[in-house]
Design a protein around this ligand. Sequence first.
Ligand SMILES: NC(=O)c1ccc[n+]([C@@H]2O[C@H](COP(=O)([O-])OP(=O)(O)OC[C@H]3O[C@@H](n4cnc5c(N)ncnc54)[C@H](O)[C@@H]3O)[C@@H](O)[C@H]2O)c1
Length: 279
Amino acid sequence: MPGDLEGKVAIVTGGAGGIGRASVELFVAHGAKVVIADLNDDAGQALAKACGAAAIYQRTDVAQREQVQALVDRAVRDFGRLDVMFNNAGISCAAFPSFLDDTLEDFERVTRVNLLGPMIGTQAAARVMRAQGEGGVILNNASIAGLLAGQAMMTYRATKAGLIQFSKSAAIDLAQYGIRVNCLAPGHIRTPMSSFEQGVDRDNVSTLATEIDAIYLYNQPLKRRGQPQDVAEAALFLASDRASQITGVTLPVEGGVTAGDPVNHLAEILAARTRILGA
Ligand SMILES: NC(=O)c1ccc[n+]([C@@H]2O[C@H](COP(=O)([O-])OP(=O)(O)OC[C@H]3O[C@@H](n4cnc5c(N)ncnc54)[C@H](O)[C@@H]3O)[C@@H](O)[C@H]2O)c1
């Protein structure tokens, strides 16, 4: 609904790109004042400028406690309060097709950004919200990789699974202050993070993109690749007072991937019988 976040102040980490950027734009369109936190200064500053007085940019590495504290302090100093903390920033781990080849060299950085970052962000924001005495909202951006087991990308999967369990625990812990804590679990959303098309020449890029879409959509019931706006809409709902009775949930935004296996085994078995045995 229009004005869902009227009068609210939000922080969006990783707000300069992908899902974070779409969330900043949607939150501002619904009346929020937003602090954009990111490491991409050019994109962050340009977005803040485009949002006018409703947004400011603060360079922040979410893995650094003092920078996250400075971010929360900035929201309170410039906008007077903090109502919504969207711990969205996250990074992928190195893409080794097999776990047995994975060097795990990026384990510490990926874990610090994807798991420690949201934990620090939750703590710093919740301390302000507790002092305000009016509740608040924490959103943590996990992934279907934290819900579904699978091959490869083990560090990423482990951080996102940890984030989901942390968020549920924080929801219980912080409920006494009226602070709601929820997770989002996006599926295969088209953003720079999920793009394997970067650096590919113009002749091949659309062919490759089509093949990649087909691979992602193979086990997705809804045959449309998700967009950053799809996740932003879910974040807006969970951030708004319309979700005031919802805490401790993980909301998949993934076209039905986690609902179950879309392969119609019965139809395939019957077809195989017919093929082998005849009608
Ligand atoms: N794109 C997907 O398919 C997908 C799927 C599931 C979950 N997610 C999660 O959604 C979140 C956003 O992903 P995205 O696809 O929009 O990624 P993205 O790479 O498009 O954007 C991430 C943003 O975070 C910023 N960032 C990176 N490290 C940071 C740090 N240490 N501190 C502050 N900012 C930092 C980047 O500069 C960038 O602007 C991530 O947590 C990601 O794991 C994405």
